[in-house]
Design a protein around this ligand. Sequence first.
Ligand code: ATP
Ligand code: MG
Length: 301
Amino acid sequence: MSNLAIDIQNITKTFGTKTVVNNVSLQVPRGTIFGFLGSNGSGKTTTIRIICGLLTPSSGTGTCLGHDILTESASIKQKIGYMSQRFSFYTGLTVYENLRFVADVYQIKNKNSEIERIIEDLNLQPYRNIKAAGLSGGWKQSLALACCLLHRPELLFLDEPTAGVDPKARKDFWDYLHKISVRDGTTILVTTHYMDEAEKCSALAYINIGNLLYSGSTSEIIGFSKVASYLVTGSHDALQKLIEEIALNYPRVLAGFVNNNLRVSACNLVQLQQIMAATPELSYSATTPSFEEVFIGLMPE
Ligand SMILES: Nc1ncnc2c1ncn2[C@@H]1O[C@H](COP(=O)(O)OP(=O)(O)OP(=O)(O)O)[C@@H](O)[C@H]1O
Ligand SMILES: [Mg+2]
């Protein structure tokens, strides 16, 4: 058995004349929590649908859990869970009825005990007889996750699972992902626009307008990006002037306030040095780039 849960090679997808996934190769080792990042319309969902065997690529090859993505989609579907960008369950059914429905569709053995297992695992007991429409955002998300996990998938695809969910529910959700990753060995591929969530992944891929810009460990992306960041201090007026100057003349340099500190970052060190030389009234101290700075810095000009 390959140690790769996902192994796709040179995948391209075009819709009409538009190439939305461009020659993407991706390897996801089993057991990883793999973050798949990229701005809106970059091709994340399209790539996921191709890996699941739900969409045929225009060219390229690949396997998902050892099955050919072009010819073995039925086998893939049995072994994966897919939480799509829009939570998919029946709002008119209760939590229990939704799970019962999924158990029937997947023809799960030991339906009752499996449903009770997942209800308990996700702390859904108090809500079991509540209609899904009446659940708060965080519990809707838990129900959607329960529906995806009921058949014990080896590989879980989560497409923006925490969009619009409050910080406590997001933390609980991520704690649960780490729990099943360790306890059950589940491989997880998750898309997110939240940078704090990117940092919780063991490996990351970053796609921009269909092109893969990075794939590798989470700890190495800062060095790979070549982004340099500085904390800038000085009078309020001078800082404000600096922001305006950067916005006007340095489109590839990022400047913005975080925690009441002005942060300036860029891949282009020459431009950063020019800015520093032109503003002797300000003091600059080097700092570790944030993930937001890294991802924006990685975008091509
Ligand atoms: N069936 C389709 N027909 C035509 N264009 C499509 C189709 N599906 C997706 N696209 C286009 O492909 C591009 C990539 O879309 P995709 O949904 O994969 O991006 P995404 O990275 O998931 O974005 P988001 O972060 O907004 O979810 C977009 O420009 C989208 O409009
Ligand atoms: Mg998407």
